[in-house]
Each structure stands twice: as C-alpha cells, then as structure tokens.
Design a protein around this ligand. Structure first.
Ligand SMILES: [Zn+2]
Length: 74
C-alpha cells in the first residue's frame, strides 16, 4: 500500500525512477531505475510491493553470490 503523502513531511509523492542504494557489509549495492513514488519535498522513496519483492530478489542473489565468492572466515 502506497501512501499518497510522505509520512515524514506530508509532501506530495510523484511516480518516478529511483536509485535504490543499500550497504551490505563493506559493499554498496545500487539498483538503478527502480519504480518508486518519491516525495517532492524531502526525496524519501516509497516502493510498491512488486518493487520491494524485486529488490529482495536482487539482494538475495547478491548475498548468495557474495557468499560463494567470499566464504565466511571459519
Ligand atoms: Zn517527504
């Protein structure tokens, strides 16, 4: 469920593309062109459930591949 107003500043949300950035350990993962609703006032981004699922999948893939490439120290 997407609010029609920003829950932080009550600014208006507009549909657009967003760059989702998350820091995982030492690595910064950026996902470009994510569909989002972005607050015109403070820039806070709100994601649709579909987009959240997409981000989850990408992050899961990232975790899986990074674990294979960099095994955890015993
Ligand atoms: Zn806002």
């Amino acid at each position: 469920m997407i609010p029609d107003k920003c829950s932080f500043c009550k600014g208006k949300l507009i549909e657009g593309k967003h760059e989702f950035v998350v820091k995982i350990g030492e690595t910064v993962l950026a996902i470009r062109d994510v569909d989002a609703f972005i607050c015109q006032e403070c820039g806070e981004a709100y994601y649709t459930p579909e987009t959240s699922r997409r981000i989850d999948k990408i992050m899961q893939k990232f975790y899986d591949s990074s674990l294979r490439v960099h095994p955890l120290a015993a």
